[in-house]
Each structure stands twice: as structure tokens, then as C-alpha cells.
Design a protein around this ligand. Sequence first.
Ligand SMILES: N[C@@H](CCC(=O)N[C@@H](CS)C(=O)NCC(=O)O)C(=O)O
Length: 253
Amino acid sequence: MSDEIVLYGNQGWTSPYVFSAFVALREKGLPFTMKLVSLEKQEHQRPEYRDPSITGRVPALRHGDFWLAESSAIDEYLEDAFAPPRYPRLYPAEPRARARVRMVQALVRSDFLPVRAERSTSQMFLGEKPKALSREARAAAERLHRIAVALIPDAGAHVAGQFTLADADLSLMLMRLVHAGDPMPPHLAAWARRIWERPSIRTWLVNTRYGETVTAGGAASSRSARPRRAAPARAKHPPASGRGAGKKPARKR
Ligand SMILES: N[C@@H](CCC(=O)N[C@@H](CS)C(=O)NCC(=O)O)C(=O)O
């Protein structure tokens, strides 16, 4: 079998975990095919996907005949298999900085559940109108702010001195709130927006309805580029060969 790379994601492009693996592939500059499965139609439970992917969830990466699930494992595999200096570095070499990146990646996957529930990526990427946050979610958002401020002292910073996948993952967590118009320390919102200007992330966004929503405060979203739905990220890294792209997927964070 060839060394072809395939990333399996969900229709609707709503998964923060697929986002992380997609950004890793784009930042590495690797050619890959994006295949989309419908979670609503339980396509991820069909044996032809569930069995090789092992977990039966998205994302899964296929590299030649090797399959791997779990977004942070995929991110680290890509770093190891396509190592610097030949390919861009996505994890610091220095052990403490590298550990910090892993810390942030673990944290955004395990914590802030009320924020993830009430500011879901489905809401952000499918263009749904957000409701006001509950008290519990506001408390979780404040904890997120406190932690993010400790990691990101100014809008030009990075979690570990240079762009890493921690910046991609943390910015997505913050953008859930920024996008909905929720309060946020201004430098953090500016930081998250700056990270989202990266071409790797813009390429994800054009496949979503990001920017089309009205904020919780009632004002029209000020996102400049109005992205198209299921538009081609096709130039170098062809995506979206799944059927029925654009159908609303099961709500997930
Ligand atoms: N820990 C996993 C989480 C993956 C995950 O929860 N994927 C969701 C989509 S966001 C999924 O496949 N849901 C379908 C299901 O669990 O049946 C990772 O980091 O990759």
C-alpha cells in the first residue's frame, strides 16, 4: 500500500478533535485526502470504519496501512513521522515546553465542559444563534480566562514560544466564547483571532458557516470573510470526499 494519508472527519466540519488533526496536517504541509462520515447516519459505526479505526470515532488517520485514532495521538504521530527540520515543528523540542503543550492539549479535552456544551463547536461552525450562558458556564468561562491569561500574557504570545498545536486547540476553545460575543479579556480575544488567521485554520473555516451567526448580545457578527459551506480546501490537500456533505451532524463538542 502507498503512503497515502487520509483524515476521517465528520460531515459539517464541527469536531474540535478533527480540527486539531487537520491543522497539524496543514501546518506540516502534507498532502492528504479528507473523508467525511455522517455521525447522524452512524457511518462511523459501520464495520469498514469502526474496525480499522478501533475507536469508531472521528478523527482517524490512515497513513498507508496504519490507522490511528485520538486527536492528540494523531498530532504527536504526525510530529514524529514528519519530524523537523524537514517538516515544520509543531511541538517544542525542549522537554518542559513540550510538556506545557501536552498539558494544554489535555486540559482543553477534559475541562470546561459547560462552555463546551453551551458554546458548542456545532453552534459556531453551523452558524446557530447562541443563547445566554448559564451561571455554571460563566464560571467555567472565567476559569478558562484565568488559565488562558496565565499562558498567554499578550496578544502576540504563544503557549510555548512558537506556534504549536496547543495554540490551535486553545484558540478554538476561546473562539467558542469570542464568536458568541461573550465577555473575554481583550488581549485573549485578540490573540485567538490572530491565531485563527493562520492559513491552516482559514482552510478549515471555509468548510463551515463560521462567521454567519448573530451574537448572544444581538449584534451581527463582525467576522469579515463570509465563509462558504463545504468549499474546497482542495488546492493542495483535497478534502471532503464523503457523501452528503452539508447535512447537519449530531451535536457534539
Ligand atoms: N478523545 C477523542 C474524542 C473524539 C470524539 O469525541 N469524536 C466525536 C466527534 S466530535 C465522535 O466521533 N462522536 C461519535 C461517537 O462518539 O459516536 C479525540 O481526541 O479524538
